[in-house]
Design a protein around this ligand. Structure first.
Ligand SMILES: [Zn+2]
Length: 103
């Protein structure tokens, strides 16, 4: 299921992000959940107000082994999906949108 999220730029690449889909479960994202940018594969985490931040190396180091394995699998799946859909490289505004969001 796809859930709307507050519009914001990916902290990794500046792509416009407006939705999230869960890997498992049916609920929408909540603070503390990890997610990936579908365009660049950046490892992100939802914070208060569903604002995204990049996971730090320290954050990743503190993941449980099962969480780290799930994250690695998701990164590979997202990047493979993006490689098979070259049209997304042309539909995502980047620098202009980043400016609109005050970045
Ligand atoms: Zn990105």
């Amino acid at each position: 299921m796809i859930h709307p999220t507050p519009e914001q730029a990916c902290p990794g690449c500046g792509s416009r992000l407006t939705r999230a889909s869960e890997v498992s479960g049916r609920r929408g994202p909540k603070p503390g959940d990890m997610c990936l940018c579908y365009r660049c594969g950046a490892k992100l985490q939802f914070g208060e107000g569903l604002k995204l931040k990049l996971l730090t190396p320290e954050d990743i180091k503190n993941l449980k082994p099962v969480e780290l394995a799930a994250l690695r699998n998701a990164v590979e799946a997202v990047l493979l999906w993006a490689l098979t859909r070259p049209e997304i490289l042309h539909e995502v505004p980047t620098a202009g949108l980043g400016a609109n969001l005050g970045r």
